[in-house]
Ligand binder design. Structure first.
Ligand SMILES: Cc1ncc(COP(=O)(O)O)c(C=O)c1O
Length: 352
């Protein structure tokens, strides 16, 4: 029986990446050292960083006036670094409230700067006061199973900032709409310990001189993400993932595969006659984090344990939301989604 891992992150890596990693990550060179045994100021690490930067920039078609930072730590670290770098003391920052993670980002920012909470946009688009230092959104809410159907245009004069942790590299990205975008690695980029931050160069001038070097986007950009020892192993894995995404046909191919996988699960939800309930508005249903509820906690528990017995693992919803969550990030093959959709239909037939 094939085992499928639907964990929300740390999440499955592509099989081909795991195989390459096993062969290459700890191979020693002629000098008797693998990359994690060498100074990060040396040629080998610089070559890795240059390759990862080039490959990622090509995947997202990055305009020339942006910088890619590879920083230690995860997305939550950026929840604090954003207000500290981009907003002057006392200046308001805006947070679009779409669910669990956008609310957490806002509450961390509120430790540093006054936060204005904004509702998700209706037909008229995002309405953003022009005194804000930036306007933050979460492209995909992993706990709630929601994704922006289309990312908004940048409001005049206020840079858009995005937490793209859940769906980075899962669909084409128009980076020109954003002043800054960040994602931690353990869902679609590689393994925990690394965050990618992509920032428009003019915003680097906002980092205050008094900020500790490892927290300062400007200092990290100047040092090519090397103010201190970078998470080398995590970057090696990221580079393997970037190569893999490029080899699969890039972001349009990822988006098409993700749509096909999600259609299988939403198809099973919609065909269940209300047995499975998906709280997300249909336009906002996430293609990569599919969340649904069963009629009660006992059936939810039974679904999770019977699914595991059938080889379908890590399906429990976010602890704050309950229910079921299936993460279908780039590395999940269509066969995994098909196996889960088949189980869902069978379970609904038996238990509805
Ligand atoms: C959308 C989103 N943002 C932020 C985070 C926090 O990421 P990290 O644990 O890397 O700080 C998560 C984790 O699941 C997430 O899903």
């Amino acid at each position: 029986m094939t085992a499928w891992n639907f964990a929300a992150g740390p999440a499955r890596l592509p099989d081909a990446v795991l195989a390459r990693a096993e062969r290459s990550l700890f191979a020693r060179d002629a000098g008797g050292a693998c990359l994690n045994e060498q100074p990060f100021s040396g040629a080998a690490f610089r070559a890795l960083r240059a390759h990862a930067t080039r490959q990622l920039a090509a995947l997202i078609n990055l305009p020339d006036d942006y910088r890619i930072l590879f920083l230690a730590g995860g997305a939550m670290q950026q929840f604090s670094l954003l207000p500290l770098n981009l907003a002057a003391p006392g200046q308001r920052v805006g947070y679009v409230d779409t669910g669990y993670w956008s609310a957490r980002a806002a509450s961390e920012a509120a430790l540093h700067r006054p936060v204005l909470t904004l509702p998700p946009p209706g037909e008229a688009g995002l309405a953003v006061p022009d005194d804000l230092a930036y306007c933050h959104l979460t492209t995909n809410e992993t706990a709630d199973g929601l994704a922006w159907p289309e990312l908004p245009a940048a409001p005049a004069g206020v840079p858009l900032v995005a937490d793209a942790t859940a769906d980075f590299l899962c669909r084409p990205l128009d980076m020109g709409r954003f002043g800054l975008l960040y994602a931690s690695a353990q869902k679609n980029i590689g393994v925990a310990g690394l965050a990618v931050v992509i920032v428009r160069e003019d915003l680097l001038a906002r980092s205050p001189a008094g900020l500790p070097g490892i927290w300062s986007y400007a200092r990290q950009a100047e040092a090519e993400s090397g103010v201190n020892t970078p998470p080398i192993l995590a970057l090696q894995l990221a580079a393997l993932v970037f190569d893999w995404v490029a080899g699969q046909g890039g972001l349009p191919a990822m988006a098409a595969a993700n749509r096909r996988k999600a259609a299988l699960l939403y198809g099973a939800i919609d065909a269940s006659g209300g047995f499975y309930r998906c709280p997300a508005d249909s336009a906002w249903r996430s293609p990569v984090t599919v969340c649904w509820q069963l009629p009660d906690a006992a059936l939810t528990g039974r679904f999770i344990s019977e699914a595991a017995a059938a080889g379908l693992h890590h399906l429990a919803g976010h602890p704050r939301r309950g229910g079921i969550r299936a993460s279908l990030y780039n590395a999940m093959p269509e066969a995994g989604a098909a196996a889960l959709a088949g189980f869902m239909a069978d379970f609904a037939r038996r238990c509805a």
